[in-house]
Design a protein around this ligand. Sequence first.
Ligand code: ADP
Ligand code: MG
Length: 808
Amino acid sequence: MGSKNSGVKVFVRVRTTANFAADMIELLPDNQTIHIHTRPDQRKDVVNNQHSDWSFKVDGILHNAPQDIVYNAVAKNVVSSTINGFSSTIMCYGQTGSGKTYTMTGATEKYDYRGIIPRAIQQIFKEVGQQANLALTVYVSYLEIYNETLFDLLSSLTESVGSDGHMTIVEDSHGVHIRGLSIHQVSTEEDALNYLFEGETNRIIASHTMNKNSSRSHCIFTVYVETRWKEPSEVKYLASKLNMVDLAGSERLGKTGSEGQVMREAMYINKTLSFLEQTIIALADPKREHIPFRQSKLTHALKDSLGGTCNTILVANIYGEAAQIEETLSTLRFASRMICIPAEPAPNVHSDRKKLVLNLQKEIQLLQDELAMHNILTNRRHISYEALTENQVHEVKAQVCRYLDGTLDEINITNLRQLRESFAQFKIILQQQGQEIETALRKKYILIDKMNKATSYTPEPVVTETAEETQVGEVTGEGFGIGQAPTSAKAKKIKTKKGKDSTGNIKKERKDTELPSQVKEAPLPPPHPPPPPPPFVPEKDTAQREHEVLSADSAQSDLIIKLEETKPSTPPPKTLMFDVFKNEKGSEINQILIENKHILIEKRNSLKELTETINNIKEEIDITNRALNVKKQERQDQGEYVNEQGDPVIDEDEFNLIMQLKDLKHQYRHDFDTLRDLRVELQYCQRLVDQCRLRLLTEFNIWYNESFLISDDGRNASQKDSIRPGLIPNSRMLSLEEDDKEKFQRIQDEILMENPGSVAFYKARMKLKQRQNYTKAMAQPQPVLIRKKPGMVTQTIKNKPPSIFSVT
Ligand code: ADP
Ligand code: MG
């Protein structure tokens, strides 16, 4: 039974007796094996058990062994390891009178009879004296547990012996200890022995005054050793405790046959010892998670002293006489269970926080001194290494802001704290912007939720009007088609039906549950500040532009992510998304487009003005010519005067008319030249606007397709082809149509000079054309297409009915 390799060591001590039952207790020569032989008739209380032979294997058998031999076998090694930080528990278990107290404390008659405790104290102080490099501190305490009550055997009698009101068992990171138990520092062996004897005396006195039976209590004498290294740099220290436990008699209740107080005591002892046994069984079972330490004061107090990292030694005291064979057997059974407790003793290493702090403070001071010296050597005298003040943090923040808005080119890094604070400020600003953008987006857009489409998307108010009443693009006259997102099957069906409508009148009506129709009235262009010259380079500083692009990017990707998360089965309407695009991802190009349009409009206005001026001059020239002709006729009719050079003589009026005509012609030529230049400029601007619009639409289509239509595979593929937003691959040019108003404007510019009266005519034609376009678009949803400019690729988008709305 049992294994002597276990961490817990078990010794059997046989009490010296003249009547040793050699026929029943067989001690084998290996000094580790005990055979017990009993006859059934001798075991009256175990009627049903016919078993009569037992074998126990232990770590050592001490038979007729004097105290010093016992000490050397049982305690010497573990006591020695106490100084090295190992905690140990030596326990004596056995029936009353079997020699537990004799083993643990010893008899007082003779010095040689002293037990384990005084010998351990002696050894500890001997070893302490031999440690030159270590500073050892020793403490002792003496606890008695009687009827589940804690007694401090080292507190003065008047104070508290007999009451445990102020004592509790507590656990913390350092293990189990008893709060309220007095712990006494001892600097010599004698000191410690005095406490031991005082405790013994207190125990005896208490047993008289309180009518306690001392064999019914458990006593724990503990020696605490703190081992510190003398070098100041060493922060770690060792703390160990040596528990020497004299348990109450283990004899069972039935055998005592006692009553009243004695019986209650016996019951408590039985209970505590059976709890101890349960705890030991639980500890020995590797599958057990819960160990019932708290069932009794004894097991709770010994929680960190049984197995585990603690050296645990049990001395099983047996009587050795035939009459006590039952108790001997019971003690040996307990001992064999104890052997099964796993233990892996390890030193208790702690770190001295006070010392650690002191050491670190010294280290910091040293480094600061060294740094200061280094700074002096490198001429960096004014650098502070203190934590930043509130003002300094404020200054760092201001610097970061200036850096971000471009008014500061570089942040001058002076020390690590400032660097860290700068990063912290960057983070704060970034987070704030993220939040602002998210809030703005949430306010602005309604995201489509697949699960709850009806509630999450609020359709715009339904407008029911015929195509005749309001035509696409009329508000601004700048409507043109772009690709249309595929709609749900239901929506498609409805549209096809509409397309076949014999009247050809398309109504902009739709049911509430449908997505908005593909027709959206263009909003009026927002009032705009005068555009800065030149057209393609808006006068913004780079930092600001980058910042805008950045925030637009993040906002957009945020939006896309949200939309993708919900994976709408029907993509959001292009009209809605185009507005999103113009405000976010495409905001820069949209801005440029708006600015270029303003320039174009301005040029156009100047051209118009100049044309009018030229026409007026032309008219005046005609008038003057006619007046001159009249004068000439008059002159010829009245007979001409010729001067010496043979030139006809003219009157004052005719001369003025000639001069006026000359001026007018000069003016006319000058203005005509200006007009020619202006027209070239206008054409150039027109091209810019066309390019911008094309770019905006192309980028929008790419963005829209990537965000809502193209599968991940498709997106990857398109990335491979390096078709990214911002590039305008010819193959991706989608339906674009020059808006009619602009076309009209251009024609008007060209013909206005020759035919000022044609404006009304062309205006009317433009309206008609728009109406026709709209009707065509609605009646023939697919295929669409539209690019009419030479050199541009025209592409038909299959299954994508046109959407018409305006770019403003
Ligand atoms: P326990 O504490 O287990 O009740 P004790 O230690 O008080 O038993 O022992 C009872 C008596 O037997 C004491 O008088 C003690 O001196 C004596 N005794 C016990 N063991 C031995 C031993 N090994 N050698 C000599 N005397 C012993
Ligand atoms: Mg005793």
